[in-house]
Every structure is written in structure tokens, then in C-alpha cells.
Design a protein around this ligand. Structure first.
Ligand SMILES: [Zn+2]
Length: 319
């Protein structure tokens, strides 16, 4: 079986026809052009699907979208990257116009399915994925099943509170994991300290004035004092969050993906040490923290995996 995975982002729509063995048979990348409106974007996705599937009518489609997704009714309920998309029936529209089965899932949850089918979680029954990018997303899989909650939008792991007196988060709460472990959160932290550390390497290494989390990690390696503060907050927040995730889910693996995971060799051991300080004794060292191996294709693999997962659901008994 082949499936089309569509990674719908605020900037690009990336898609591929993916085989069950994980081969990319055809690939397509176009600009999203959010300002052109949701109807045009839906039409664009239909055109991409037809181009990738060619005449093969058996191919179904998985769409990974940022935001709150109503997977049952195929709606994008709300998405910070796609303004005005309130309860937009994207999956239904694409399905009606292409005459194909179309499934939609939150992109971070899709990333978790991608790890299950093609990545670090192959053969793994219980694991957690954290996507560390502009925000922090996540997906928890227990006994082979993706956790989705009663309303279908559970598993917002990035908004786990690690410090109630911490900074205000975009979600309205304070001290969420996302405030410390995403590029948007790190950018705000760095700005808070700008007056005290005006000469920090973090500011000098920003390309075109644009903040990138990778600048924090490279400045940390050079002993930059501000980078050490931000790095320390990152490690602590990640450790506390993962400690809680381990206590709750008892996962075999915690898989890190997204842009910030590319610096994983600089923090994995330290994060694991803090995590172990926050797990109950019997779970200490019961888990691994690893970097995703799917890299830049993780989102497309994730989107295609929505199809594989729905069509060939995991059958193991819940223990
Ligand atoms: Zn939050």
C-alpha cells in the first residue's frame, strides 16, 4: 500500500507519495501562501494529491496540520499558523474533490505515528515524541495506540507546566515546557536578558536579526554567559517535563524531533540526569531519550503514517 503524506505548514506544503516500506516515490513542495485563503489552499492540496497519485485510485491521503484538529470530522478547529481557519473542513473538502479517503491529524501527533511506522519507535509499544520547533508539540503512544483524549485534542505535551511562576505562555498559562524548549519561548527569554548581556554571542550570531535557537546552543559551546543561562533553563524544563512523562506513561523511549533536536548531543545526557531526579525510583533509567532519525522528512512520514495507522490499526491487547 502507498499513501500520500501532506505536511501543511504556515510557509510550505510538503508532500510525498510514500510506500509502506518508507520509500518516497514522488515528492512535491509548494508555497502555502496563507494570505490566498483557505479555499485556494484546499484546492492546491487537491492538485498536489492528483499529481502525486497519478491514476492510482487506491491511494489515500494523510494531512498533518498545526493546531487543534477534529480528526473525526476532518476539521481544522483552530491553528495559530493559519489565521481564520476556524472549524474549516479541510479533510472533507479534499476528500470530496479528489474522491479519495483523507485523514487529518495534528502535526505533532502525526510525527509520533511517523516514528512508530518509520523511525525510532519501530517495534516499540510505548513511547513519547516531543517536537521542538517554533513551539513544542507532542504525541504519546501507549500499547501502540496514540493518545487523543475524549475530545480528540489531548496530548498537548508542550503545555505541561514546569514552573507555575514562569513566563506567560501563548496558551495563556505560565511556565509551560514551550516557554523554555521552543524557539519562540527561547527568543522571549533571550530578549528579557538583552539589557544585561548586550554583547552576548547569541545576538551576534543571529543571521539578519532573526533569532534562531541554534544560536543559543552554538554560543553555549563557546562559553557565552547568557547562552549558559538559557541552556540551563532549557535542560531543567526538559528534564522536569520528561520526568513527569515517564511517571505518567512509563515509555520505553522519549524521541526528540524538530529543529532544536539537531543540537541533542549537547544536552541529552544532562536532560536525562534531571529527568531521573524527577521520576519515581522504580522508573529511574527505565527509558531512553533519543533524537529522531527521520530529520527533515519527519513531517511527511508522519502525515503518510496517519493513513497506515488508520488502515492497519495496531491490534495488540491493552494491558
Ligand atoms: Zn502553554
Amino acid at each position: 500500500m502507498n499513501a500520500i503524506g501532506v505536511d501543511l505548514g504556515g510557509t510550505n506544503i510538503k508532500a510525498a507519495l510514500v510506500s509502506e516500506e518508507g520509500k518516497f516515490l514522488r515528492k512535491k513542495n509548494v508555497k502555502t501562501e496563507v494570505a490566498s485563503g483557505k479555499e485556494k489552499i484546499a484546492a492546491k492540496i487537491v492538485a498536489i494529491v492528483e499529481e502525486l497519485a497519478e491514476e492510482d485510485r487506491s491511494v489515500s491521503v494523510g494531512i498533518g496540520s498545526p493546531g487543534s484538529i477534529d480528526r473525526k470530522n476532518g476539521l481544522v478547529r483552530f491553528s495559530p499558523n493559519l489565521p481564520d481557519w476556524l472549524d474549516f473542513p479541510l479533510a472533507r473538502l479534499v476528500s470530496e474533490r479528489s474522491g479519495r479517503e483523507v485523514f487529518i491529524e495534528n502535526d505533532a501527533k502525526a510525527a509520533a505515528l511517523g516514528e512508530k511506522w518509520f523511525g525510532e519507535a519501530r517495534g516499540c509499544e510505548s513511547f513519547v515524541v516531543l517536537t521542538l520547533g517554533t513551539g513544542v508539540g507532542g504525541g504519546a503512544v501507549t500499547n501502540g495506540q496514540l493518545l487523543i483524549g475524549g475530545g480528540g485534542i489531548g496530548g498537548e505535551l508542550g503545555h505541561m507546566c514546569v514552573d507555575p511562576s514562569g513566563p506567560l505562555c501563548g496558551c495563556g498559562s505560565h511556565g509551560c515546557l514551550e516557554c523554555y524548549a521552543s524557539s519562540s519561548g527561547m527568543r522571549k527569554l533571550v530578549e528579557e536578558y538583552r539589557m544585561r548581556y548586550p554583547n552576548s554571542l547569541i545576538f551576534r550570531e543571529q543571521s539578519g536579526g532573526q533569532f534562531e535557537a541554534v544560536a543559543v546552543f552554538s554560543a553555549y559551546q563557546k562559553g557565552d554567559p547568557l547562552a549558559e543561562i538559557i541552556y540551563g533553563k532549557f535542560v531543567f524544563a526538559m528534564g522536569v517535563a520528561i520526568g513527569s512523562l515517564v511517571n505518567i506513561f512509563n515509555p520505553e523511549k522519549i524521541i526528540l524531533s524538530g529543529g532544536i533536536s539537531s543540537s541533542a548531543s549537547l544536552y541529552l545526557e544532562k536532560v536525562k540526569k534531571v529527568a531521573n531526579e524527577h521520576t519515581i525510583l522504580s522508573m529511574m533509567n527505565s527509558f531512553e531519550i533519543v533524537q529522531s532519525s527521520l530529520k527533515e522528512n519527519a513531517a511527511i512520514y508522519g502525515a503518510a503514517s496517519i493513513v497506515f495507522d488508520r488502515k492497519q490499526p495496531h491490534t495488540s491487547e491493552v494491558q
